[in-house]
Design a protein around this ligand. Structure first.
Ligand SMILES: [Fe+2]
Length: 479
């Protein structure tokens, strides 16, 4: 490598590139690791292979690194590998970056025109006996679940038409189906959205397209027993800006946010649109429907939380407006209008990267776990926003009560993962990577799901630092 990484937010402190493909056998464990935790916890992390082509870039551009914690009978092994995307391989051959700014192909070197730009760095997805690395700007890459070797780009045997697949598909626990979608489905700047379903074995059984009101970021969606729900917020691409070498996204909170509701039986012919004032969301917590009434829980901010996505109005970044608050909305299909029912937030404790018991997705539920922020306590720089979560906790969506753990002034937390050990929502454990800033190292905390504030019952100690992951998933053991 002939150039150093820049000294900017995305490349320093806990965000410093790791670039380590590791195999660590039998990690050190402090405390008692429950022997009933048997499975694989996969995580995806942006981790740039090379310094950016144009001097600086954002955190989310980093090459995808997939990691696996393998839990078996009280022991844990660790493995991590880069996803060998077309982009990764081309840049490795050149020993430098060839692709330009985040989601702007007009800033690439001419030699890589037509190559796949995605870095597949956002979510690992396990479905139909296959493991995928996903990012919303391209197709998934299939990964070997044991060796973590990249098998190649995945397009459902050539049947998928959309050029993009979101990193937030949903698996319906009742049917085993994978419901997923793509936005900018026919290319950068398009308003086309694709809604797709694969059966429990991974066979694509439907792909239907519809048009969004604008080419907005649609990072996550929700499913219920009868509906798919697409929240479309005004963080919008502009092709003239892209062609001029500018950023893919700018926010425009003066525009409305739209929510598309598509009946799972009947499809896009029955689409209904709901509308509310702009703002920004990234993550759905969960949703369900009772008859024609949908309850949609999501983390909502009044402006885009990413400092690198400014508002077109020039409004200053305000951490209070950028805080994502867990919120509950109601969409009533029985009404003949586009009204979104909203009350006060479920909690005024800012939180994001929410997870629930996967067995309750699309159904009534009560518990969620997420990274949380106590703004009165120490904040450390980590991840894409510029401040890490200083707590990891449980939010009771019924009462709004928070059960959270603050580790210490040097600790921040990554997305929690619920691991069930019994039938109930609190019957299990929650794991979360603890970023130990002072030690430049990471731990994994293992918490009782219903007693987060008690702190971890076991700590898995790593001899290295894990750069902030985006999302993870828990699967059975594979051999
Ligand atoms: Fe996400």
């Amino acid at each position: 490598m002939t150039k150093p990484f820049p000294e900017s937010l995305a490349f320093t402190g806990n965000n410093a590139p790791s670039r380590v493909e590791a195999d660590i056998f039998d990690l050190e464990i402090h405390g008692e690791l429950p022997r009933e935790l048997n499975g694989c916890w996969y995580r995806m992390t942006p981790d740039p292979q090379f310094p950016p082509l144009h001097g600086d870039d954002i955190y989310l551009s980093g090459d995808g690194m997939i990691s696996m914690f393998r839990f078996e009978n009280g022991y844990v092994d660790y493995k991590s590998r880069y996803v060998r995307t077309e982009r990764f391989l081309a840049e490795r051959r050149a020993r430098r970056a060839l692709f330009g700014h985040y989601r702007n192909a007009f800033t690439d070197e001419a030699s890589v025109a037509g190559l796949d730009r995605t870095v597949a760095n956002t979510s690992p997805i396990w479905h139909g006996g296959r493991l995928f690395a996903t990012k919303e700007d391209g197709l998934p890459y299939e990964i070997d679940p044991v060796s973590l070797e990249t098998k190649g780009r995945y397009d459902f045997d050539g049947r998928l038409k959309t050029l993009t697949v979101s990193a937030h598909p949903k698996i319906d626990p009742r049917t085993g189906e994978l419901l997923f979608y793509g936005y900018e489905a026919s290319g950068d700047g398009s308003r086309d959205m694709a809604f797709c379903v694969a059966d429990k074995d991974g066979k694509l059984i439907s792909e239907e397209w519809f048009e969004a009101p604008y080419a907005g970021m649609v990072h996550d969606f929700a499913i219920t027993e009868d509906y798919a729900v697409f929240p479309i917020f005004p963080t919008i691409v502009d092709m003239d800006r892209l062609k001029a070498g500018g950023p893919h996204w700018m926010s425009d909170v003066a525009q409305d946010a739209w929510i598309a509701v598509v009946p799972r039986k009947g499809g896009v012919a029955g689409i209904r649109w709901f509308k509310r004032p702009g703002g920004q969301f990234f993550h759905v917590i969960n949703a369900w429907n009772e008859g024609e009434t949908i309850t949609l829980d999501l983390c909502v901010a009044q402006m885009n939380p990413f400092p690198f996505i400014p508002d077109v109005s020039g409004m200053a970044y305000d951490p209070r407006l950028a805080a994502t608050l867990p919120s509950r909305w109601t969409l009533d299909l029985g009404r003949n209008d586009d009204h979104v029912g909203e009350g006060p937030p479920v909690s005024f404790v800012p939180g994001d990267v929410p997870r629930v018991d996967d067995r309750r997705i699309g159904q009534t539920y009560r518990q969620s776990w997420m990274g949380m922020v106590d703004p009165t306590r120490a904040m450390r720089m980590s991840g894409p926003v510029g401040a890490g979560f200083n707590m990891v906790g449980r939010l009771d969506m019924q009462t709004g009560e928070t059960d959270a753990w603050y580790g210490g002034d040097d600790d921040t937390f990554q997305e929690p993962q619920f691991i069930p050990t019994g039938p109930g929502e609190l019957d299990g454990y929650v794991v979360s990577v603890i970023e130990k800033h002072a030690e430049h190292r990471s731990d994994v905390g293992v918490f009782r799901a219903g007693k987060m504030a008690d702190g971890p019952v076991a700590v898995i100690r790593l001899p290295l630092r894990l750069r902030g992951a985006v999302h993870g998933c828990w699967t059975p053991l594979h051999d």
